[in-house]
Design a protein around this ligand. Structure first.
Ligand SMILES: Cc1ncc(COP(=O)(O)O)c(C=O)c1O
Length: 407
């Protein structure tokens, strides 16, 4: 089905990208997201809406439990291995590299406890990172590890600054694939290459990226990746996954031991009672029972992405992000993406002179337009299900609210 071009009340910049957007068949897809009936949902960077197919997958699991009285629970583990394989494909990894996680803090905890930290070691992250990455260094202070952040003066990121911050003692660099408060999308491939040369670990948080933008752990030479699926993967909170490169698994000890820590854990009638022989795969980091409903749900989300085509989703995200920038610019916002490179992401942040961004976000929310405010800027975060009508509503909302706030 073709989406017909509709009259557009704001005047976006002419862009050949829009033509593709009009051509794409995304109308049926919107029915998968009930929230879109009442809301102009432009806040996936906070929480992504959950599509019906994902809800159904979780519900199917609960029904199945009763139908089979949970007797087949080992099969559930086989099912989630299939989800593991799908997630591996999503980021260019192997199923053995993938562990399910409840949140990204747990991946950071593996690194906090599993690296043989020595006094004088150095941890580097970027300024204005998500607190998880900033707190990592602080958690190591009592071991004599020091941490610092790459300066990003005036929100201008430059890889040379990062390289200058690396020392002989730097053990790890932590970075988000997309920054939650600015939309900075640092050049992971280039950073990964520099770190590999120096034998420094590279941890990437893909929570604000995976599901919208492509991730290739090999191309970016990522050693460990954490992804919480409740944003761009449109999954329930508490559902996520990690990638741990094979060479890291050789030495990184788990920090949770459970009945699944022994490689023969499936032998539940005769569980091993000696010292566990850890599996070689990333399963060793998972602990025991899993969040099956959430993982089935995550599998359904990946199926949805695959059915639409990962490339098509990324293209759609690129188009709607460009349209969002146009809409904010036309309303008078100063955009980070207009000033600097590396802001080509679906987290679009704009400052309106003389306007309190938090109040602006609240006013828009009161008009059924979900957006957020971060660090004095309005944060609009569209995903592949957003469309031109959403942009028109955002433009109308801004036109109505901005004069009220400027009083
Ligand atoms: C980059 C990033 N990572 C992770 C999270 C969520 O943290 P956690 O996985 O610890 O719940 C957020 C939430 O905004 C985020 O922006």
């Amino acid at each position: 089905m073709k989406v017909q071009a509709k009259s557009c009340r704001h005047t976006p910049e002419p862009s050949s990208l829009y033509a593709k957007w009009m051509d794409a068949d995304w109308t049926n897809l919107r029915g998968e997201f009930p929230v879109l009936k009442e809301w102009t949902y432009l806040n996936t960077a906070s929480l992504g809406p959950i599509p019906q197919c994902v809800v159904r997958a979780a519900n199917r699991h609960f029904e199945h439990r009763d139908a089979r009285a949970c007797l087949d629970f080992l099969d559930w583990f086989s099912d989630i291995d299939e989800v593991r394989a799908k997630l591996a494909t999503l980021i260019g990894a192997s199923p053995d590299d993938i562990a399910f996680i409840p949140n990204t803090g747990s991946v950071l905890s593996w690194l906090l406890t599993g690296i043989d930290w020595k006094a004088g070691d150095h941890v580097l992250t970027l300024s204005d990172e998500f607190p998880n990455n900033l707190y990592f260094g602080g958690a190591l202070q009592r071991k004599g590890v020091h941490s610092s952040t790459v300066p990003i003066p005036g929100d201008r990121f430059c890889i040379e600054e990062l390289i200058e911050c690396l020392t002989e003692s730097t053990r790890i660099v932590l970075a988000s694939a997309v920054n939650y408060s600015t939309g900075l999308r640092p050049p992971l491939d280039e950073i990964g290459e520099e770190l590999k040369k120096r034998n420094i670990l590279f941890y990437v948080d893909g929570t604000q990226s995976v599901g919208a933008l492509s991730t290739d752990v090999a191309a970016s030479r990522i050693d460990v990746l954490g992804v919480h699926g409740y944003k761009w993967m449109c999954c329930p909170p508490g559902t996520g996954f990690a990638y741990v490169a094979p060479h890291v698994r050789e030495w990184l000890e788990p920090n949770v031991y459970s009945w699944r820590s022994h490689r023969d854990w499936r032998n539940v009638d005769h569980l091993h009672h000696g010292t566990p022989e850890l599996p070689a795969s990333a399963i060793k980091y998972e602990g025991g029972m899993q969040n099956f409903a959430g993982i089935y749900a995550m599998g359904a989300a990946v199926d949805l992405f695959e059915s639409l085509g990962r490339g098509a989703i990324e293209e759609q995200v690129r188009v709607i992000s460009a349209a969002t920038r146009d809409t904010l610019r036309a309303a008078g916002a100063e955009l980070l993406s207009d000033k600097h490179t590396y802001y080509d992401a679906p987290i679009v942040c704009g400052a309106f002179e003389g306007v309190d961004a938090s109040r602006l976000a609240l006013e828009l929310q009161g008009r059924q337009i979900t957006v957020a405010a971060r660090k004095g800027r309005l944060r609009v975060s569209p995903h592949f299900f957003n469309n031109e009508e959403d942009m028109t509503r955002l433009a109308d909302g801004l036109r109505e609210v901005l004069p009220l706030l400027r009083g």
